[in-house]
Design a protein around this ligand. Sequence first.
Ligand code: HEC
Length: 251
Amino acid sequence: MTNLIKQIIDDLMKPVFEDLRATPLWIKWVVIVITCAATIPLALIFRSRTSYSDKPKIHFIQNMDNQPKFVSQEPNALFLDGRAMRPKIKGTIAQDGMAGNTHKFMGIIDGAWADTYPPSLTVDRDFIRRGQERFNIYCAPCHGIGGFGDGIIHKRATQLVETGVNGTSWVAPKNLHEEVVREQPVGQLFNSITNGIRTMAAYGSQIPVDDRWAIISYMEALQVSQNANPDSVEGANALPHKDSSNEGSGE
Ligand code: HEC
């Protein structure tokens, strides 16, 4: 058995060894040198992967990977304080700084719309005044000064739609005195202002958080102005009453 295997190997290898012996010496040397040289790139790659160099990496396709810029903590003589990193703008909130306070920043308490104002805010006359000012700037153009959904933009858009000038369509701004809006918890209103609602755009990026809450307080004031309960006013019974056949809650 072993003899048989030896025989087979001999038969196979004999021609190979004979060829080898017949090969000219220079070809043998060329093969040896090339084989040794082939390990050089591997050695270089290994070396550069395990050693440290001060030089920048070889970077064939630059795209726009390297450009002059300041990175964090670098000095910059352009600014008086010599820092490249600028101090936070007043009122900046880190993203994780919001995480704990969903009430103030999202209008949500325990997964449901908040129906109270965030405790850090005081809803007083000044706050509502501020809300009025902001409402008149940001909301009145569409929703109207009184919140009836009859702002100047609405009027103009209706005109354009009716005359077919632009071939556009227009969704009317909501009347903020409608029951569907009046019944909403303040947190839901906060969310509508922050993130927009259906066709209405988001105002979160333009109106700071406190001002959004101030606007809500003013919206509530507007709503009370149209739907107040006369019983909440002392001596109201002595005053003339709205006709009960009229729409709305009079008595
Ligand atoms: C560019 C016009 C425009 C401006 C400005 C605007 N809104 Fe609206 N608003 C709309 C439109 C349109 C709707 C109705 C959206 C719909 O039904 O698709 C709407 C709907 C609403 C609603 C009803 C949401 C609901 O649940 O039905 C509230 C509340 C509201 N807006 C509040 C505000 C407040 C507060 C501001 C100011 C910060 C404001 N809007 C600014 C156009 C506007």
